[in-house]
Design a protein around this ligand. Structure first.
Ligand code: GLA
Length: 376
């Protein structure tokens, strides 16, 4: 018996997969209309589904055993569903709001994107759910629309005011490449990123520190950026082109630092792309580390575990290291020689042990393809 049949007593009709992501650089720039540079991971969420004729969604998760969560498709509204099932129900709600005529379904969620690790398991779940629900309804949408509707599910149904990076990476990811996304125009370009050919690795350090206050603090950062843009008379902080003059026009030291992070981070994304395109991959290291310092000191979204991970990775010889994702826990990334991976893992684990932190977990970030149908 498959896990699906165990729960629902029949086989699934189809399935969809969509991956988690890491962001190489460009953090907290997406909701400022800036640039981001994520890659889709080999870790993914898979959603298996079979249609139902009664307009019910029955949602089960292989990672959260228990009876299926039942929701009525016609009665979906923000606040109606909680926990992991809200990401699936919210996606159904967003698709319906876009005019897609959905059918009821039995749904099983499975996958290997660690939750709470800052690797966007929620975006992967939204996008894989969108794929499965659309396919059951016999509908298709442009990829950009899928990403935007998944973001709407998270913004307006789950209540997390995220930008579009995670959903975009999950839907548009390409094996062997980073995605340079302009979050204003939604134009994306793939940037080849073959670290193995360079003798390099991108190690993900999952600090396993719980996301502390992440939603409230994230919303507060976003609100500060919007406030600063209004005070500066620009549509978004992406439009600040003279940082010195912008800072001198803001009285508040906190707002000054928030603006400095966004403006310098956005520039770092383009600097990293230029270095990668010139073939000088190792030279991006200092920019990664500068990004971490800016997120730690100016944007104040790091935490002790992320700082220790970055410091230990750098002491172990990484070319650069930084927190990735929203912050306040989750994961850091380190760019390191392939020959230095074992030492890095050992040294980071030792630094965590001596700081009294939970043992970290490690994985390698290898760019993978995004959103696609599961082959039976
Ligand atoms: C979270 C959000 C993204 C982005 C990052 C920070 O992952 O979901 O939209 O804002 O934080 O870069």
């Amino acid at each position: 018996m498959t896990a699906f049949a165990d729960v629902f007593g029949r086989e699934p009709e189809l399935g969809w997969r969509s991956p988690g992501r890491v962001n190489l650089i460009g953090e907290h720039t997406d909701y400022n209309d800036g640039f981001v540079l994520p890659l889709a991971l080999e870790r993914e969420v898979r959603v298996l589904a079979a249609p139902r004729g009664d307009g019910l969604l029955r949602l089960a998760s292989a990672q959260t055993p228990g009876p299926p969560v039942e929701v009525v498709l016609d009665g979906l509204a923000p606040g109606a569903v909680e926990g992991w099932a809200a990401y699936v129900a919210g996606t159904a709600w967003a698709l319906q709001g876009h005019g897609v005529d959905l059918v009821g379904a039995d749904v099983l969620v499975d996958g290997d994107v660690p939750r709470g690790a800052g690797l966007s398991s929620s975006a992967a779940l939204e996008c894989a759910s969108a794929g499965a629900l659309l396919a059951l309804a016999g509908a298709e949408l442009p990829l950009v629309e899928v990403a935007l509707l998944a973001q709407r599910a998270e913004n307006d149904f789950v209540g997390m005011p995220c930008g579009v990076m995670d959903q975009f990476a999950s839907t548009h990811g390409r094996a062997g490449a980073l995605l340079l996304l302009d979050t204003r125009s939604l134009e994306a370009r793939t940037i080849p990123f073959d670290l193995a050919a360079e003798g390099l690795r991108l190690v993900v350090i999952d600090t396993r520190a719980p996301h502390r206050l992440v939603d409230g603090e994230y919303a507060a950062r976003r609100a500060s950026c919007e406030q600063a843009a209004v005070l500066l008379g620009v549509p978004a902080l992406r439009d600040v082109d003279d940082l010195g003059s912008a800072m001198s026009r803001l009285d508040d030291d906190v707002l000054q630092r928030r603006v400095r992070h966004v403006v310098t981070e956005n520039a770092r994304v383009l600097d990293v792309v230029a270095l990668l395109e010139s073939g000088d991959v190792r030279a991006i290291g200092p920019l990664l580390t500068a990004s971490h310092e800016s997120l730690r000191d100016d944007y104040e979204v790091s935490c002790p575990e992320l700082d220790v991970a970055v410091e230990a990775a750098l002491s172990a010889g990484a070319h650069g290291a930084r927190m990735t994702g929203g912050g306040f826990g989750g994961s850091a990334i380190a760019l390191v020689e392939a020959s230095g991976v074992d030492a890095l893992r050992r040294d980071v684990a030792a630094a965590f042990a001596s700081a009294g932190f939970t043992e970290p977990a490690f994985l390698e970030a290898v760019p993978a393809d995004g959103y696609r149908r599961l082959q039976p």
